[in-house]
Design a protein around this ligand. Structure first.
Ligand code: IPE
Ligand code: IPE
Ligand code: MG
Length: 335
């Protein structure tokens, strides 16, 4: 089964999609694809078959999303906690992932046609080295595509991601790229694996479980959360429409909450800059009070310098990440 399933929606599906699209649509949808093992049990098939059908469902869901003009999808495919499952199951999941990412490399033409960029988010160093290499190749192969984005969270948990972002900022301070005073909510956000994506508008969890299981905790604080009882391999176009309807019903309050948060962030940054400038002036000043215009100029200069430091740091961080992928795909690294 390929990554993107070809094919159009049925007439009824098309009609419903058009009605939905008359309302506000989520641009970015995240899925906790849960319930593969319960599905296997229900259908009396092997557990691995449940996981395989779970992947097939992802390909189908992506097609629905594209038809609904949803151009960014983030999925929880394997959590760091999932390493605690039996060796047999973990090995099976690693094999499945390897098979699918290898398949992706064969499908480059199709992915290019649809402009699909596939990113893998998580701590890849926790994975077997052969899988790391295949993932790196797949990511490099589609990274220039920019019509739609599929983010696969693999060896991922949100707490691990946040802790990693904090470590990256500490590294930036250590290297002298940023100052400790540059650390902020906005900077942490830019150090997450998800830094290239807007926050999800809608997060869907299947299988009836009503928890986030350490998925995108930072990114979904103002997203619409929808919990559905259907098991992931049985997910249907109509289930997706139902979740989007819930998003539409809550659209106004979601927008309001996001606006308040955005405004709050701006105020936070301005206050932090003001306080740093006051400290600087106090240290440097010769006792004379400064007029309002001079203060304003000092504030603008400080903000510009901070932005320059931050951009240099983020550039260095990106370089570190690119080097990790390039090293994995270099001919000398291939076993
Ligand atoms: C989700 O389905 C897939 C992974 C976690 C890899 P599960 O494997 O958690 O299946 P259930 O929830 O036990 O049915
Ligand atoms: C969350 O599902 C992880 C994925 C879907 C990959 P789990 O089935 O692992 O989560 P818990 O253990 O029920 O919280
Ligand atoms: Mg589960």
């Amino acid at each position: 089964m390929s990554w993107i399933r070809e094919g159009e929606l049925s007439l009824l599906e098309r009609l419903s999609a058009n009605i939905l699209k008359a309302g506000p649509m989520p641009k970015h949808v995240a899925f906790i694809m849960d319930g593969n093992r319960r599905y296997a049990q229900k259908k009396h098939v092997e557990r691995q078959e449940g996981h395989t059908q779970g992947f097939d469902k992802l390909a189908e869901t992506l097609r629905w999303c594209l038809n609904l003009d949803i151009h960014e999808v983030t999925v929880y495919a394997f959590s760091i906690e999932n390493f605690k499952r039996s060796k047999e199951e973990v090995d099976g999941l690693m094999e499945l992932a390897k098979e699918k990412f290898l398949r992706l490399l064969d499908e480059q033409e199709n992915l290019e046609k649809h402009g699909v960029c596939i990113r893998v988010l998580g701590d890849l160093t926790l994975l077997p080295i052969d899988l790391q290499r295949v993932i790196a190749k797949a990511v490099m192969a589609t990274r220039s595509h920019n019509k739609c984005f599929l983010n696969v969270c693999f060896a991922y948990t949100s707490r691990h991601e946040i802790a990693n972002a904090v470590k990256e900022m500490a590294w930036g301070v250590e290297q002298g790229l940023i100052k400790s005073g540059d650390v902020s909510e906005a900077l942490l956000n830019q150090c997450l694996y998800t830094s290239s994506s807007p926050n999800p508008d809608l997060l869907i969890r299947t299988s009836g479980e009503v928890r986030l299981s350490d998925f995108l905790l930072w990114q979904t604080s103002h997203s619409c959360l929808v919990f559905q009882s259907v098991l992931w391999p049985e997910y249907s176009f109509w289930n997706l429409c139902e979740a989007i309807l819930q998003y539409q019903q809550n659209y106004r309050s979601l927008q309001k909450a996001q606006d308040i948060h955005r405004e709050g962030q701006k105020v936070q940054q301005l206050e932090a800059d003001r306080s740093h400038v006051s400290d600087l002036l106090q240290h440097r000043g010769n006792g004379k009070p400064m007029d309002a215009r001079a203060r304003q100029t000092a504030l603008i200069n400080y903000a510009e310098n901070r932005e320059e430091r931050v951009q240099r740091f983020l550039g260095a961080l990106q370089h570190k990440r690119d080097t990790f992928f390039e090293h994995l795909t270099s001919p000398t690294a291939v076993a």
